[in-house]
Design a protein. Structure first.
Length: 247
């Protein structure tokens, strides 16, 4: 690893990590926009992730639920990158993860739930779009309905994930912006940084004079703003970055 990078991040006490789908691919969860990504292989699948289509079309909802019924995330385990961030937190460094992922792997790796902000929600819970009643997703899937409805009011059920056309939770986004502004080291890991407003957290961190490190296989819109850009394998380089903080 570059000596200048090590010198720059050594001793950081407040680390924020914005994580995208790329951090979970080593756990067997496909990303969305990569060469083997979900939307690359099946472009029509993006229709099921659009709120307007989801609410209006039962067949779109069926496709959505089929996607998640067999989703690799149900079987996935945290990989070395997830574990490295959790271990860095255990050493006394204040680590906060701002994740675009809905798989829950950061928590399973050992980070306390309060230290993980799920910007785009979670696949582990489901909510009624009419009465807002909540249910464990495993319970909904076990029922076997291909277009499940609320047992309380009959409304359409949706995973607690943010679809295209939906706003992020304002309180969660506000907290994420506060964390980005307070970080000394901001890691953008495995995110295309094409989805706003999550990607703009990089701008907030840079504006607060944090060191921005982008770790991603492909170029991102924020590479020019970064102090360091790493194209290395995420599962290999994130543990190295975390170790360098404590050197």
């Amino acid at each position: 690893m570059d000596g200048k990078l090590i010198d720059r991040i050594r001793g950081a006490r407040r680390v924020a990590a914005l994580t995208g789908a790329g951090i979970s691919t080593a756990s067997g969860i496909p990303d969305y926009r990569g060469p083997e990504g979900v939307w690359t292989r099946t472009p029509s699948a993006v229709n099921a992730f659009t709120l307007e289509n989801f609410m209006a079309d039962a067949e779109v909802r069926r496709e959505f639920w089929r996607t998640y019924a067999g989703h690799a995330a149900w079987r996935a385990e945290p990989n070395a990158a997830h574990r490295a961030l959790a271990e860095l937190d255990r050493t006394g460094v204040a680590v906060r993860v701002l994740t675009q992922n809905v798989d829950g792997l950061h928590q399973r790796a050992g980070l306390a739930a309060r230290k993980v902000l799920e910007l785009h929600g979670t696949m582990h819970t489901t909510r009624c779009t009419a009465c807002a009643a909540g249910f464990p997703t495993a319970e909904i899937l076990a029922a076997g309905d291909d277009d499940p409805t609320c047992s309380r009011c009959g409304g359409i059920l949706q995973l607690d994930v943010v679809l295209f056309g939906q706003m992020l939770d304002g309180a969660v986004l506000g907290q994420a912006r506060t964390i980005a502004a307070a970080s000394g080291l901001f890691l953008a890991i495995g995110s295309s940084l094409q989805v706003e407003p999550a990607a703009s957290l990089c701008t907030i961190a840079v504006g607060a004079r944090a060191t921005l490190v982008v770790v991603n296989r492909d170029p991102t819109p924020y590479d020019d703003d970064a102090d360091f850009v790493l194209r290395d394998d995420i599962e290999a380089v994130v543990p190295e970055l975390c170790a360098a903080v404590n050197r």
